[in-house]
Write a protein that binds this ligand. Structure first.
Ligand code: PXP
Length: 243
């Protein structure tokens, strides 16, 4: 069964729009877990545009499934992670002006630095995943760092409109996921996945974990968060049966 980790950043984005207390991403995490989510993801960005330090502190206390802290490999956030001890950190690139994470991390460009980071996290009992493009070069680099997991970036797959390009990108995800799994990494995927495009990922790849935020939070505005999470879980379960 493929597990679903729900990203709650967009609940925090809504709260920050008014600078008040609601909606509270910590309360959202509880609802997601009650609806059956296997984990909660939040991204503590250097610019603190959505998730705040207080959220991560409270999420660590409240989340009973798995807490995945998305973060850039920068000293300030590394120290917060080492103190708070999420179950998993997912290392992502971060650019100031981007609307959301725009691409995978170039792990191959600085393997030594990322290997040291994995060592530090492992010493603190924290698992490490790297968010990369579905490319064998990047997966080889992740393997060298001795990380536990890789998250394949599905942003391009999610945005492509032409069927031909879309099938090629799915093929790239399939090949990368298989290669990563055969070499001992746990394999996740995420970015831009919704209630439709998640189906081929579940049916045709060996991905074991999904990180989904925007589509679930968007749908929750109309049907409620609990139902939005349950519906995604149902689709994932059904599609996985067709593997
Ligand atoms: N995975 C990573 C590494 C991300 O940065 C994001 C976006 O925060 C997601 C998954 C979830 O993407 P979306 O919100 O488009 O579902």
């Amino acid at each position: 069964m493929i597990t679903l980790n729900v990203n709650i950043d967009h609940i925090a984005t809504l709260r920050q729009a008014r600078g008040g207390k609601e909606p509270d991403p910590v309360a959202a995490a509880v609802v997601c877990e009650l609806a059956g989510a296997d984990g909660i993801v939040c991204h503590l960005r250097e610019d603190r545009r959505h998730i705040q330090d207080r959220d991560v502190e409270l999420l660590r206390q409240v989340v009973t499934t798995k807490l995945d802290l998305e973060m850039a490999a920068v000293e300030e956030i590394i120290n917060i992670a080492l103190r708070i001890k999420p179950d998993l950190v997912t290392i992502v690139p971060e650019r100031r002006m981007e609307l959301t994470t725009e691409g995978g991390l170039d792990v191959a460009a600085d393997i030594k630095r990322f290997k040291d980071l994995v060592n530090k996290m492992h010493d603190a009992g924290i698992e490490v995943s790297f968010f990369v493009e579905p490319e064998l070069l990047q997966i080889d680099a992740v393997l060298e760092t001795k990380a536990d997991m890789v998250e394949l970036h599905t942003g391009l797959y999610s945005n492509l409109k032409s069927k031909n390009q879309w099938s090629q990108e799915l093929e790239r995800i399939k090949t990368s996921a298989k290669y990563a799994k055969e070499n001992g990494l746990k394999v996740a995927a995420g970015h831009g996945l919704n209630y439709k495009n998640v189906i081929p990922i579940c049916r045709e790849t060996v991905v074991e974990e999904l990180s989904i935020g925007h589509s679930i939070v968007s749908r929750s505005a109309f049907v409620g968060l609990e139902r939005a999470v349950r519906e995604m879980i149902d689709i994932i379960s059904y599609a996985t049966l067709l593997r």
